[in-house]
Design a protein around this ligand. Sequence first.
Ligand SMILES: [Zn+2]
Ligand SMILES: [Zn+2]
Length: 449
Amino acid sequence: MEYCKYHPESDATYRCADCQVGQCDHCVDESAGSLRCFVCRRELENQGPGESVVPFWRRLDKCFSYPMAKQTLLLIIVASVVSALGASMDGLQSFILLFVVSAVTTKYGFLCLQQTAAGNMTAPDVSDAYSGGVRLIFHIIMIFLGIIFMILAMANALGQTAAIVFSVFWLCCLPAVFINYARFEAIGSAINPVEVVRLVLQLRGAYLLLLLFITIMIASVGTLSQLFDGEDVLSAALQSVVSYYYWIVIFHLMGYLLFQKQRVLGYVSHLESEGDVHNRSEKQHTLARIGVLAKEGMFTELSSEFKTALKKYPDDIGIYDRYVDYLCALHKTAELDKFWLAYLSCLEKCGRMSQVSGVLLRILNVAPDYLPVSAEVRFKLAGILLKQGKPALSVKLINRLHRDHPRFEQLSEAYFLMADALEELPEKQVQADKCRILANKLKVRPLAT
Ligand SMILES: [Zn+2]
Ligand SMILES: [Zn+2]
């Protein structure tokens, strides 16, 4: 079985005879009517429908390192400490703490499931888990009530034995219930026994293995709690760390099962620009081409593709993110100059202004002397950075601005800003005062040379 050169976890559904590589549905150029290679433009050979992707049991190491992202680990630790504290309190406080932790961790679990099913194998952003958790918990309570109601109805109609068998059925199908809930985001489909059985039958052996892994994980948490049977908050927190870690792994495994079996399930993952290659948008096409060019190291073509894409989609933060990655990786930061203002307004629209200092620090990391060419950009960035508590960076941007751009209209404002920034730095009061004097001078003679 050949895999896509650019997505080693996807089957190659096409092959370029010139480049001697396999490509997945995502990595082919459909723009010319027939399917062509993004690299050499030659028409591709169809490899026919591929088999499923690498099954999860052959990448267990990756599944277990999935929660090892910095943010995710932090979430696990904070959730564990808070829930241990919550458990040690009583009354309303305890309830509120435990409820908040459950809402956030459950939401995050479902995000991991959905993102994995969509082909994204890195843990999602934790900040996405802060909202929507309450609704989710409410839905999960409804799901459990629905299941309990069905079991009680069964007990009523067919007696106790039937009810016990039915309970065992639901227990074994619980992961399938969660998977269906994440797929359809509807309570009805999640607890519809027909849908649940259909999913289990479609997943077959893989589902049984998933159940086995979940059982092993739950059993190991049980063993652990016997080892640390102390009643103190610390041992409770340690147990929670392991439980939350497994919690995320389990959701990732459930998501991976969907991803692995997406063809059997008729489920199309939304990996970056997914779907039928013939139906994808121009933007998805551009993103696919950018992906291939970057992985092929075809930088001249990549650079012009980025510039075209940014002009066409000035509001797409994802393209900017990739562009900045690319510029930093190739030490081509000067290229960003033409895009700074559009980039800043895009960050603002997306509510991601907090990213600005990180982006600038990354650029300075590869090009320590970097300064944007435009005076307007320098002034604007300096203002943002001062607000974000980075006065030193702010000073660096304004410093010498009156020499570099003597005709810049907002010079005086810029130096007042620099004075404010200097005041926030230790032992810079003298410079701040000098800077303020310069700013006042510039105010009187706005076009001083
Ligand atoms: Zn691919
Ligand atoms: Zn080719």
